[in-house]
Write a protein that binds this ligand. Structure first.
Ligand code: ADP
Ligand code: MG
Length: 545
């Protein structure tokens, strides 16, 4: 008797490890082409270094080196001065996908899924077969640990090729070195641009970067203050969906529904818990593990119908107006700068803050659209600009009153750099590659409000500048005609030509004083800009792109 088709198919069913899945779907993680792969590898490592330094309260000093080895092969190394990684964790962190410290913690960080750096290791292994090389040191008086690792993709487990203790001339830190297939190109989506933008949003960090052309750039820090440390919070009831609620009820140690609500969530006191239960038609003393699906459905809608105060915002750490402007000044040369930091708001129960900064005038020429720099949790977003909430909110803002031209559903045109930054416990990305922010109405609204505020300040500056320019023009014209006008008036009135010309000139002087005063103010801005340029000439970037 022959087997049925179902039986044949049944024999083929088996588990798929997450590593095998991403081996085939690496585009989901930002490895869809060689150029982007180079960026993604650097980005994952640098993001981790910044996160680790900040958690350890260390001002980050990060070295990025990319060496071209021919045939589209590059050796990428990233070294930090962070706390280091304990020996036992090294293999899992770098050679096991979905392993990390941030996924289960509700606070702002650059990483989320625990997939970043191991995906970079996987990509290296796939394209060059070379192992990842890792150095880690956790104390000045201890040796460093050195590892060479592969990923066993079938099992999603680390494979240790080499491990040893070595001397490493630094107190603490991590270094990773990967050989990858990639391609290097300058421009808006390059590693160069990523690091420059990272320096803008992280003015407390220093980067030393050697690109494949062996050019070295130093992005020096502009502040000795670490960002305020975000603290972990419990989930806010508004953000918890049915399935998560079921899981939480199953895992809790609390013995009543009321204590479950007050202890596992933020912003729920005994009174609020009671209101939730009343609204859901459930008893406060029910045992959490006794709740059946229909009860949980009621509970979730009970929460929706209860007024609960917004989540605490200790879990997020915005850049702040002063530092954001400082960061922008040190990396972008312009005439006018401004920054706006909004107060926190909430989407799906998750707190977030929007910040916006503008740099106007200077480098850009011609009728180019404004240059947009997008950030999520201080990480630059270089791809998918068109589908990002940042672009949408700029397009939906009317820039004409602020002195820029703009056609319908397009970015405004003018010599302007626009920074839009979102910080959140959980920035809603449109995909795992974390390239664009999803279109939540709450987020777009905040972005637009911030852009309008910054836009108004820009408008005041641009209009003042225009007024001064047109006044200057009028004065010049008038001055040229003084002799002729004076002669004509003298013929009509009989007063001497010289006398009339003299009083006309005095009148003009007054006007000029006004114009000079405004020009003076303008000059100060320009000088300021020049000294910044000198400062960053080290980084040699002001003429890039
Ligand atoms: N340079 C580093 N210094 C200290 N810890 C690190 C470093 N790189 C990675 N880690 C640790 O490894 C974990 C996994 O990193 P990763 O795979 O990038 O995931 P994620 O950043 O999303 O958590 C991080 O959560 C962090 O705890
Ligand atoms: Mg990471």
């Amino acid at each position: 008797m022959t087997n049925s088709i179902a039986e044949e198919l049944g024999k083929k069913q088996r588990d798929i490890s997450v590593a095998e899945f991403f081996e085939r779907n690496r585009h989901l993680l930002g490895f869809d082409n060689k150029r982007k792969a180079l960026l993604t590898v650097v980005k994952e490592a640098v993001d981790n270094s910044l996160d680790a330094c900040e958690e350890a309260k260390i001002l980050p000093e990060i070295q990025v080196q990319i060496v071209e080895m021919g045939n589209d092969r590059f050796r990428v190394s990233i070294e930090d001065n962070g706390p280091g990684i304990v020996k036992k964790q090294i293999p899992n962190i770098f050679a096991k996908l979905l392993y990390g410290s941030k996924f289960h913690t509700m606070k702002q960080a650059r990483g989320q899924q625990g997939i970043g750096i191991s995906a970079a290791v996987l990509y290296a292994q796939l394209t060059t077969g070379r192992p990842a090389k890792i150095w880690s040191k956790i104390a000045a008086d201890q040796p460093a640990h050195y590892y060479e690792l592969h990923i066993d993709t079938q099992k999603n487990n680390p494979e240790i090729l080499k491990e040893e203790e070595i001397a490493w001339k630094k107190d603490t830190g991590v270094k990773i070195e990967l050989d990858i297939d990639a391609s290097y190109q300058k421009g808006d989506q390059s590693v160069d641009s990523y690091l420059k933008q990272t320096a803008i949003a992280n003015p407390h960090a220093t980067f030393v970067y050697t690109n494949p052309k062996a050019e070295q750039f130093i992005f020096a820090k502009a502040s000795d203050k670490l960002p305020k440390e975000p603290t972990a919070i419990k989930p806010h009831p508004y953000g918890v969906e049915l399935g998560i609620m079921l899981k939480m009820l199953k895992n809790t140690d609390c013995r009543t529904l009321q204590s479950f609500l007050t202890q596992e969530f933020s912003r729920v006191g005994p009174q609020t818990a009671k209101e939730i239960c009343d609204s859901a038609g459930l008893f406060t003393n029910m045992k959490p593990d006794e709740l059946q699906l229909p009860h949980v459905e009621k509970l979730v809608s009970g929460i929706k119908n209860t007024k609960i105060i917004a989540p605490s915002t200790d879990c997020i750490s915005p850049i702040g107006e002063e530092l954001l402007e400082k960061g922008l000044r040190k990396e972008i040369s312009a005439e006018f700068y401004t920054a706006v930091s909004r107060s926190p708001d909430v989407y799906r129960g998750i707190p977030f803050v929007v910040e916006v900064a503008l740099a106007y005038g200077g480098q850009q020429v011609g009728e180019e659209p404004v240059r947009l720099l997008r950030f999520a949790n201080r990480v630059p977003l270089l791809y998918q600009q068109g589908s990002c909430a940042c672009s949408k909110s700029i397009i939906q803002t009317n820039w004409r009153p602020y002195g820029l031209s703009q056609s319908q559903s397009a970015l405004p045109v003018g010599p302007l750099t626009v920074v839009v930054s979102l910080v959140s416990v959980w920035p809603p990305f449109t995909s795992e590659a974390k390239e664009a922010i999803a279109h939540y109405p709450e987020i777009i609204k905040e972005m637009k409000l911030a852009l309008q505020e910054a836009g108004r300040r820009l408008g005041a500056y641009v209009n003042k500048k225009r007024k001064v320019a047109s006044q200057q023009e009028r004065v010049n014209i008038f001055e040229n005609y003084i002799p002729e006008v004076a002669a004509a008036l003298s013929r009509l009135s009989g007063v001497s030509k010289e006398k009339i010309a003299d009083s006309m000139r005095r009148m003009l002087e007054k006007n000029k004083e006004f114009i000079e005063a405004h020009k003076e103010a303008h000059k100060v801005e320009k000088q300021d800009k020049r000294s910044k340029e000198e400062q960053i000439s080290l980084s040699g970037f002001e003429k890039d792109e």
